[in-house]
Design a protein around this ligand. Structure first.
Ligand code: IMP
Length: 172
């Protein structure tokens, strides 16, 4: 197996500054309920919220559609839900990657039904080549090619999440 650096930590940091600036502008004078979609977005979310200047509350949701393989099973299950009622709040879902779009479409439906004041999506990565569901990403860090990526929170069979950069994983 081999890991090739795809997006460096410096590039990630720079891009997160830009996204945070946009978020700070869009939510000026308001409060944000940040929902970190576990597990893949824990590092992205931690770095992003430290650049956000409006008051935030942070909560977590876990959904699984992948198991230990590289392909989605096609079904989404909520393993952990947020702790508070999000009715009337500005909710920002923070995802690691929009691949087929299945997970986020499902989460969007569930959260929309709870009547938030607003519901937006921030995603670290987006792989348009594999998209199967219509997903609107309000704050996107990087659009990427159809590669299986790891690091900066993303895993392959629960490994490599700790890498400080985003890498491309290959079996050779
Ligand atoms: P989707 O439901 O197909 O959009 O997939 C979403 C989930 O699949 C992400 O939250 C990731 O956990 C996982 N995933 C998709 N592509 C990759 C990848 O390239 N590397 C690691 N995880 C991935």
């Amino acid at each position: 197996m081999a890991i090739e650096t795809y997006i460096s930590r410096e590039k990630i940091d720079q891009r997160l500054e830009e996204i945070a600036a946009q978020i700070n502008q869009d939510y000026a004078g308001q409060e944000l309920y940040v929902v970190c979609v576990l597990r893949g977005s824990f590092i992205f979310c931690a770095d992003l919220v430290r650049k956000i200047k409006v008051p935030v509350e942070i909560d977590f949701v876990a959904a699984s559609s992948y198991g230990d393989a590289k392909e989605s099973s096609g079904a989404v299950r909520i393993d952990l839900d947020v702790k508070k009622d999000i009715t009337g709040r500005n909710v920002l879902l923070v995802e690691d990657i929009v691949d087929t779009g299945l997970t986020i479409t499902y989460l969007n439906e569930i959260f929309e039904a709870r009547h938030p004041k607003s519901l937006k999506l921030a995603s670290l990565l987006y792989k348009p080549a594999r998209l199967k569901h219509d997903v609107k990403i309000d704050y996107l860090a990087f659009e990427i090619e159809d590669n299986f990526v790891i690091g900066y929170g993303l895993d392959y069979a629960q490994k490599y999440r700790e890498l400080p950069y985003i890498g491309i994983y290959s079996d050779d």
